[in-house]
Design a protein around this ligand. Structure first.
Ligand SMILES: N[C@@H](CCC(=O)N[C@@H](CS)C(=O)NCC(=O)O)C(=O)O
Length: 250
């Protein structure tokens, strides 16, 4: 049995849900409300001591880190193949898994803070002092210190601009890569496309659609149309926010 502990709009969770849908795998969807700090509760920390989502429970074995989960699902359920067999194509797939973690996640997180995460904290009535007090209870020093910094200063314009600059650089790289495509690892749709898709969605949700417009990045725009047409993508992204008090429903 597969149980996915995840948050409806988390990009790392969406990656895993797309992969599960592509493989046609049934799973129990357990919502971990990041804005109620469910991910800092002792039961959750036993599964993922880093205090982040997602975590996959496969018959009692816990797997964390979204890219590790993707490869685990591929190894356990290879019937629908999402990893190329060719050695070079495999390196390209892994390169994009790495890019999704190193560049996309970090910077999309920064760009999401002011318009999305801070707005949610405000809607929940969390003041800056509440956040600082809550942050003290987070066992992961990276997350704790980031939240403390953001509770005090938010994300500054300079930080946000730098994050968008890094994303632009990554999207240029995607545009070039997809020129040789049609997919990120080459001829075959793979975990690489799955790992990047939620970030392109978030960039659109953040109202920066010009970053993925055909006039600017035609290869990326075509790839994005193909991704959005996939039933697995639609299924994975259709998960609704169970927290109806949250102002963010997309
Ligand atoms: N490298 C991790 C990153 C996980 C991560 O940071 N997840 C975010 C949501 S996309 C999270 O749980 N954030 C909680 C927080 O910042 O408090 C992965 O890919 O699974």
């Amino acid at each position: 049995m597969l149980t996915l502990h995840n948050y409806w709009s988390s990009v790392c969770s969406q990656k895993v849900r797309i992969c599960l849908a592509e493989k046609g795998l049934a799973f129990e969807n357990r919502h971990v409300n990041l804005f109620e700090f469910d991910h800092w509760r002792p039961e959750y920390l036993k599964m993922n001591p880093k205090a982040v989502v997602p975590a996959l429970d496969h018959d009692g074995r816990i797997v964390v880190e979204s890219n590790v989960i993707l490869e685990y699902l591929e190894d356990c359920f290879p019937q629908v193949r999402l990893r190329p067999e060719d050695a070079y194509a495999k390196t390209q797939m892994r390169l994009w898994l790495f890019n999704s973690e190193e560049i996309a996640h970090e910077n999309v997180n920064t760009c999401s803070y002011n318009p999305r995460h801070a707005a949610r904290h405000r809607a929940k009535g969390h003041t800056s002092d509440d956040l600082k007090r809550m942050a003290a209870g987070c066992p992961n020093p990276v997350i704790r210190n980031r939240l403390l910094h953001r509770a005090a200063f938010g994300v500054t314009d300079a930080e946000e601009n730098q994050a968008y600059e890094a994303l632009d650089f990554l999207l240029d790289n995607m545009e070039q890569t997809l020129g040789r495509g049609p997919w990120l690892a080459g001829a075959e749709y793979s975990l690489a496309d799955i790992a990047m898709a939620p970030f392109i969605n978030r960039i659109e949700v953040l109202k920066r659609p010009e970053m993925v417009e055909a006039a600017r990045r035609p290869n990326l725009a075509q790839w994005w149309q193909r991704i959005q047409a996939r039933p697995a993508y639609q299924q994975a992204l259709a998960v609704k926010n169970p927290d109806t008090s949250d102002p963010m429903q997309r």
